[in-house]
Design a binder for this molecule. Structure first.
Ligand code: C2E
Ligand code: CA
Ligand code: CA
Length: 602
């Protein structure tokens, strides 16, 4: 209600006075002003009416027969029904008005008789306004309270929604969307906690297993990313099934996973998990219509209070993984400090290798290849060595893998190509014989489209005839790069450059690729030849390979002939060519020339 409404609203006023004249005059005047007036003549009635009719205001005389105004007021104020009704005391001039008491018992104002009506009206109006204002404030307060309650529930809802979003974001930040596994960030956080906790408890042991999926790239490239993704998901589920509660599998990235064993009793616990995993991965995965086999190489590091940094833990797990992969795909390896030393050495070699290429610190050795029917040298395999200024001669097995990993192999092999072609060409002229040159080619070249043009340029420059060149590629290289390999082999073939399968028999058991790719020569791996001994086993394998090659019209070179017995055995099988320490080790050019000058025959 605002003051305008007040003007239209007929406020109820109760007048309490034992003198009838007073009552009449007052009520007439107030009636004229538009108030609704009731009047009573003693305290008891005043209380009753106030209670039942609840007037907007009470004009209360102090002196009354049954009880005085103060007492009436006190009782009004103690009754919840009437306590809020404003009371204005009326007193005659001659009566002693105790103003303090009037306010103390709850009165809001007082008027002394005889009345000046303007004053009476002003005071009444004043009180009613105050009353109205109070009511409005009360109402506003109630509304406000209601709004606060509503807003609070809304806020609570908003907060819980925000929390949900936050939790979702948090989940996304710490998980891999494909496999739903905890991700690298999660792992690093958790590892850091464990490493810190470990500092307080020196006897505490935990383990980190670094897993890398063997052959994932091949599967991904050949069957497509969708199948690759499915494989990662299925693999994740299978790996999880090998773990106890409290141990976590996380996806580190790509096809790399990390398992955290939060508490172990001995390294044996971690090894046991690695063995379980290898066992679990033996059965194939069924993805779409494909049946896929995959395995993982595992590097294991045992965490203890010696580690105060989670990066060192992962570094060592990774070093162990590298070692596992080098030993055999699908194996595990426990980290030991020697591996760290070796890894550093490798790193040093890597730096040195870059410089070595600039400084041409390499030498090419040539190992003769013998025609087993005539016993004459028909050609040479070029084998690179690194003449390291401090470490001396380093064999290719030590630096070729590094060169491959770092991409330096491209420059290196092309350098060998150029030098070796020059060398063979000069021997051809000097000894007047069309020696052939076998060159090893890293599979890393297969993705380089310009390989063929580069080889062609070198042949042109060095003037070596195309049909004297034989490129050696391992069977793994061909199969792993199926798509590129076919194209490259065919364009080599069309240029009359021959293709040899190196280390034949060590790679894939399937021989079907021999029918699909244009192959000219099989080089039987040394491991088969070394089995050729008196009373030896497995010698039928060599025979089988030679028979197969005969049928396919592919030439055969036996690698690593070391004994006269092996030579005779191979000759009896009609093996075409041979190579090995029995004839000659890989030799420097100067020694090759000595050998050629002697017209050595076997
Ligand atoms: P590979 O192509 O299988 O070469 C044959 C390896 O067997 C050579 O080792 C050779 O010295 C060794 N060998 C030959 N006859 C015998 C024998 O009778 N007994 C024994 N025990 N070993 C014998 P090497 O020279 O250490 O080369 C190792 C590997 O490095 C090569 O294996 C080849 O894969 C790679 N490689 C060598 N030179 C090059 C190159 O210029 N480029 C590339 N990409 N790889 C190369
Ligand atoms: Ca070779
Ligand atoms: Ca070989």
């Amino acid at each position: 209600m605002n003051s305008f409404q007040l003007e239209n609203y007929k406020a109820n006023i109760l007048i309490v006075d034992d003198i009838a004249d007073n009552l009449r005059v007052l009520s007439n005047t107030l009636n004229e002003q538009g108030y609704k007036v009731r009047s009573v003549t003693n305290g008891t009635m005043a209380l009753r009416v106030a209670h039942s009719a609840h007037p907007d205001l009470i004009l209360l005389d102090i002196k009354m027969p049954d009880m005085d105004g103060y007492e009436v007021c006190e009782q009004l104020k103690s009754d919840p029904q009437t306590k809020d009704i404003p009371v204005i005391f009326l007193s005659a001039l001659d009566e002693a008005l105790d103003k303090v008491k009037a306010f103390a018992v709850g009165g809001v104002d007082y008027i002394t008789k005889p009345f000046q009506f303007e004053e009476v009206l002003a005071r009444i109006n004043n009180q009613l306004q105050i009353q109205l204002a109070k009511a409005q404030i009360k109402k506003l307060n109630e509304e406000l309270e209601l709004r606060v309650i509503q807003r609070t529930t809304q806020l609570e809802k908003e907060i819980s929604e925000r929390q949900k979003v936050q939790e979702k974001l948090m989940h996304m930040a710490l998980h891999d969307p494909l496999t739903e596994l905890p991700n690298r960030t999660w792992l690093m956080n958790r590892l850091e906690q464990i490493v810190n906790a470990c500092q307080q408890h020196p006897s505490y042991l935990f383990a980190v297993l670094f897993l890398d999926c063997d052959r994932f790239k091949i599967i991904n490239d050949s069957l497509g990313h969708l199948v690759g993704d499915q494989l990662l998901i299925s693999l994740a589920r299978r790996l999880e099934s090998c773990l106890q509660p409290g141990n976590t599998l996380s996806r580190f990235g790509g096809d790399e996973f990390v398992i955290l064993l939060e508490k172990i009793n001995s390294p044996q616990d971690a090894i046991h998990i690695a063995q379980t995993i290898h066992q679990e991965l033996l059965p194939s995965f069924h993805l779409d219509d494909h049946e896929v086999f995959t395995n993982v190489s595992i590097g294991i590091v045992i965490g203890n209070s010696n580690y105060n940094n989670c990066f060192h833990l992962l570094r060592d797990a990774d070093i162990a993984l590298y070692q596992a992969k080098t030993n055999a795909r699908g194996s595990y390896q426990l980290f030991n400090p020697q591996m760290y030393t070796d890894a550093n050495k490798r790193l040093k070699l890597e730096t040195d290798l870059r410089l070595a290429i600039e400084k041409e610190e390499f030498v090419i050795y040539y190992q003769p290849i013998i025609n087993l029917q005539t016993g004459n040298i028909t050609g040479f395999e070029s084998l690179i060595r690194w003449q390291h200024p401090q470490q001396g001669l380093i064999t290719p097995n030590e630096f070729i893998p590094i060169a491959e990993e770092t991409g330096l192999i491209l420059q290196l092999d092309l350098w060998v190509f150029k030098k070796a072609c020059q060398q063979i060409n000069s021997w051809q002229e000097k000894f007047n014989y069309p020696f052939t040159l076998n060159i090893n080619l890293s599979p890393k070249h297969f993705s380089h489209t310009q390989l063929i043009t580069k080889i062609e340029n070198i042949l042109k420059k060095t003037q070596l005839r195309n049909d004297c060149l034989k490129i050696e590629i391992t069977e793994n290289a061909i199969i792993e790069h199926d798509l590129y390999a076919k194209g490259i082999l065919e364009s080599l073939k069309s240029r009359e450059i021959q293709v040899c399968i190196d280390d034949f028999g060590t790679g894939y058991s399937s021989l079907s690729y021999l029918y699909r790719f244009p192959v000219d020569v099989l080089k039987i791996d040394r491991s088969f030849i070394s089995q050729i001994q008196e009373n030896g086993d497995n010698m039928e394998l060599v025979q089988a390979i030679i028979t197969l090659a005969e049928q396919l019209k592919i030439e055969v070179v036996a690698e690593g002939i070391e004994t006269a017995y092996q030579l005779q055995f191979l000759r009896d099988l009609n093996c075409d060519f041979g190579q090995g320490y029995f004839f000659a080790k890989p030799l420097e050019s100067r020694l090759v020339e000595d050998l050629l000058s002697q017209h050595q025959q076997w």
